[in-house]
Design a protein around this ligand. Structure first.
Ligand code: ZN
Length: 317
């Protein structure tokens, strides 16, 4: 099985794992091509926070002798914690106690979502999106949910109670590169938790090959929008060679207005959403999504997402 690419390392010359808390880690992201010699020994895996190294070790070389683009890898260490960026198959972190599990949520290593906001919160400070100002938000889009029970114990069959949040996909798009590797538990109304890591589970809509009744994270490029009296349809761009003709995300008008979908400057941007996908006619459509389920990715992350998605899907071949 292909080993998942580590898109960036955290660089912090002062941080020592085990001695300093996770929150103290300065999360300066460094891609393999931006690596320089003074970072040696001070770069960390964005998933398990162990030391990693760059291949080739010489920062002036952008390729290995086998013509593979420079990359990061873990050090060999039999006592290292499990990391799915090291081992390939997706596995999720387990915790040895309730305290550890709660701490992981506090440290934002683990994201626990018990619902998405249905409508725009009153305290949302973003009023307009004139000019090139892109709506990004924020902790304002987050409120506390109930404590939920998750099967994240090292001991089989045991669950831990952790605090949850009611939030939005837009909120996950703030610090998107960090959240990309985090474990996300999404608890449905039935109390069942689904788990995701965006790096493994987000899917480009052009790669869809059939109706998908289970909700999941998707992204695509914003092509155009159409307004009706009760809702709006966001149309996404379809690649040449796709097996279908169109893709629509149905959203509330409140969401379309508030998220900036009627601002022409946002055409071409990446839309991220969480939904099931239904086959309709010659294409696909989502059920009506509310405020929390659809987001515009801040443009600064476009390249990061597209590059990593392309490279990691290429690896699977
Ligand atoms: Zn790791």
């Amino acid at each position: 099985m292909a080993i998942r690419r580590i898109a960036y390392a955290y660089y912090d010359p002062d941080w020592i794992k085990g001695e300093h808390t996770l929150l103290a880690l300065k999360r300066n992201t460094v891609e393999p091509l931006a690596y320089s010699l003074h970072m040696k020994g001070c770069i960390f895996c964005p998933s398990c926070y162990e030391n990693i190294t760059r291949v080739p070790a010489d920062p002036d070389k952008g390729m290995t002798t086998n013509e593979v683009p420079a990359y990061y890898k873990h050090l060999k260490d039999d006592n290292a914690p499990f990391c799915s960026l090291r081992c390939g198959p997706i596995q999720y972190k387990k915790y040895s106690s309730q305290e550890d599990a709660k701490k992981a949520v506090e440290d934002e290593d683990l994201i626990v979502i018990s619902g998405f906001l249905e409508s725009r919160p009153d305290n949302n400070p973003r009023v307009d999106t004139e000019g090139n100002e892109i709506p990004i938000d924020s902790h304002f889009e987050r409120k506390n949910g109930e404590e939920v029970s998750l099967p994240i114990s090292r001991h089989h069959g045991e669950s831990f109670k952790v605090p949850s949040q009611i939030t939005s996909v837009q909120s996950l798009c703030v610090n998107f590169d960090h959240n990309y590797y985090r474990e996300i538990y999404l608890v449905g109304e039935d109390g069942r938790a689904k788990r995701y890591r965006l790096c493994d589970s987000i899917k480009e809509i052009n790669d869809i090959t059939g109706g998908l009744p289970e909700p999941a994270f998707y992204f695509g490029k914003f092509w155009k929008i159409e307004r009706f009296s009760g809702h709006s349809n966001v149309w996404l761009k379809i690649s040449h060679g796709a097996s279908f003709k169109d893709f629509r995300i149905r959203i509330t008008n409140d969401t379309a207005d508030g998220r900036g979908f009627f601002n022409e400057n946002n055409f071409g941007r990446i839309v991220i959403f969480y939904s099931q996908v239904d086959e309709v006619g010659m294409g696909y459509m989502t059920p009506q999504l509310g405020w929390g389920q659809v987001a515009l990715l801040p443009a600064k992350y476009d390249e990061f997402l597209i590059k990593d998605y392309t490279l990691s899907h290429h690896d699977e071949d």
